[in-house]
Ligand binder design. Sequence first.
Ligand code: 5CA
Length: 435
Amino acid sequence: MRLSQYFLPVLKEEPKEAQIVSHRFMLRAGMIHQEAAGIYSWLPLGLRVLQNIENIVDDELQKAGCVPVLMPTLQPTDLWKESGRYDALGKEMLRFNDRAERELLYSPTCEEMIVNLFSAYVKSYKQLPLNLYQIQWKFRDEVRPRFGVMRGREFLMKDAYSFHVDVDDAKREYAKMYDAYTAIFKRMGLTTIAVAADSGAIGGNLSHEFQVIADTGESAVYYDAAFDEIRAGKLTLSGDEMRALYAAADEQHKPDAIPADRLRTARGIEVGHVFYLGQKYTQAMGVAVSGGDGAQVTPHMGCYGIGVSRLAGAIIEASHDENGIIWPESVAPFDAGIINLRMGDAACDTVCEQIYSHLKTAGLSPLYDDTDKRGGEKFATMDLIGLPWQITVGPRSAADGKVELKYRRTGEKSEISVEDAVAHITGQRTKRLAA
Ligand code: 5CA
């Protein structure tokens, strides 16, 4: 992408409304634009990040055997009267009437709709287990939307729903999804702690929230010291080993359940939440399938949410410096930025075009700053938008076929040839994505 033809509305001033760093950088880097309280447009740069996050979620869930569907954002409220949840969400649920005076709601979550869909087609235990998921917009009329996309009113969620013949199979799936979540967040550069949580209005008696440790997090979390070693990369544990460790959300914390010298506490951002729902919805909505012995069985369910749009903010909270965002390779909106320090200089233009086309041929997506802005401004923008690599081309080095390569995360710089720069970026990227 050539910056002169792109839409990257970078802000020079500090946005006054932003209280946390991710919100500030998302506004300044031209990733999002607020349309109403807690409701945002995703601008081109933000959209690329959101799509990269979605792709990782899709990839890992399909590896775990989940099947994608897409349900509408609007639902008839009748379903919620059947499940008994019509009043449970109170004013958080946005309701309105269509022209025929039928009451609709904007989905805050989709247990009712998926159970209805399931019951239309699944009649036998032989069709189970089944795990259906979607990545779709939700609306919750939060009392206090804040921190940008972190607590929005309209937000993008991955919601998965699984159906099982019995509790054992539902718990097997729960553990599988727990492990898939750990892998999903790790691919985005995040080490999460899954804490036992309260399942609230979603229901069931077993749930875990996946928390990213950050001072700006809205939740208090309590956990075994081993999680700090995992976060520091000094310890690797299996899902079963992690589930055996103490980790609790505020409302579930029992100080006596863990020796004081093992207990750690921190603030966390909830990026995902998995639930074992039991028969709460299938029973209330009268759904059954034929079992092995011919008798009818009421399926057990699980549901599994990921805050896809919240993740964009959470990744920034976990990875930035005073100059801007530092994207992990896996979600970066572009792989590398090319800075032409003197547009119109024959050597500079030629070298920039060479790098641009070499990177594209290598399957990478470069962003080429071919505008006539001053060097200082170009450097500041590149640091702000946080692409993993920066390649700077100035008249003196360009004449010798050399460029300056900078790694955003460490600030490390080297002067090398065009070929070496391209080879280095492609090689390092492959290595990091595989790790
Ligand atoms: N039905 C279940 C999951 S299928 C459910 O709704 N779970 S949830 O309420 O915990 O939401 C799932 C995830 O959505 C949360 O873990 C969080 O990451 C994200 N989320 C929830 N509310 C918001 C919000 N207001 N803004 C941004 N993300 C949110």
